[in-house]
Design a protein around this ligand. Structure first.
Ligand SMILES: Nc1ncnc2c1ncn2[C@@H]1O[C@H](COP(=O)(O)OP(=O)(O)OP(=O)(O)O)[C@@H](O)[C@H]1O
Ligand SMILES: [Mg+2]
Length: 238
């Protein structure tokens, strides 16, 4: 495993054992937002989900070298895991780089080693218990792995997704998070602008002026303040 202190780039892993919680949606919009925000930085998105939905959406909006599709989950895993490991370590060694890794639902298997290399784990969930229960169990597993490795990373950031647009009270989620080591990011509402499927995905520009854009921007700035700036590392080192 890499010595985390030698890392100058940041990698953000988007995961949840629960499917359909918005991992790919958040991964692509966040990547596109941050690419606009930091035009001079190298920002890569890696899709490891064999379904490849994030890759399919973002690929037409990428230059080719800043996006990778490395499916993990079939019997050819070994090669892609090794490739992934190499790319991630190369990106982490690059000053000011940012890598966003989207993953499929279900047991993580070989992908755990990638997760543990990342600085941050973004875990989207709805506020319903059908999503919350497996989400909390998933974060407990991350906590156990961090304890096993004697690590403070990956920092876990939970994103309430598909919340009711009128929702103001997030007590249910913050109470559930008391059991685990995680912080809560600003929510993303259930909005039609977020529902764009691969064919119609037009990037962050296409949703300009919408509430969804405002919320992605708020989330993006939260990631800038806490992850890109290294603030979470400082908080947890104390
Ligand atoms: N904030 C939102 N508002 C409305 N629809 C959303 C929102 N977030 C995600 N969706 C929709 O919910 C569905 C599932 O989202 P997405 O594919 O991003 O989830 P996922 O966690 O990546 O799923 P999987 O586990 O299959 O990879 C998609 O149809 C997506 O368009
Ligand atoms: Mg997905």
């Amino acid at each position: 495993m890499t010595d985390q202190t030698s890392q100058v780039g940041k990698a953000v892993f988007v995961g949840n054992i629960k499917g359909g919680v918005g991992k790919s949606t958040i991964a692509v919009y966040l990547t596109d937002y941050l690419r606009q925000r930091f035009a001079e930085r190298s920002i890569m998105m890696i899709d490891t989900d064999p379904q490849g939905s994030a890759f399919e959406m973002l690929e037409p909006h990428s230059n080719g070298s800043d996006i990778k599709f490395l499916p993990v989950g079939d019997r050819y895993d070994g090669v892609n895991v090794t490739t992934l490991d190499g790319i991630l370590r190369r990106m982490l060694a690059e000053d000011n780089s940012l890598t966003i890794v989207d993953t499929g639902a279900g047991k993580m298997g070989d992908i755990w080693q990638m997760a543990m290399l990342c600085n941050t784990m973004i875990v989207p969930t709805s506020m319903s218990w059908t999503d919350l229960r497996p989400t909390i169990d998933f974060i407990k597993e991350i906590d156990e792995r961090k304890a096993d490795f004697g690590r403070i990373t990956p920092h876990v950031i939970v994103i309430p997704n598909r919340t009711s647009p009128s929702q103001r009270n997030f007590n249910v989620l913050s109470e559930a998070l008391q059991e685990v080591n995680a912080i809560m990011a600003p929510p993303i509402s259930d909005l039609s602008a977020a529902r764009s499927r691969s064919a119609s995905f037009g990037g962050i520009k296409a949703v300009e002026g919408s509430r969804f854009h405002t919320e992605i921007e708020r989330l993006g700035e939260f990631i800038v303040d806490y992850v890109v700036s290294g603030e979470l590392d400082r908080i947890y080192q104390q």
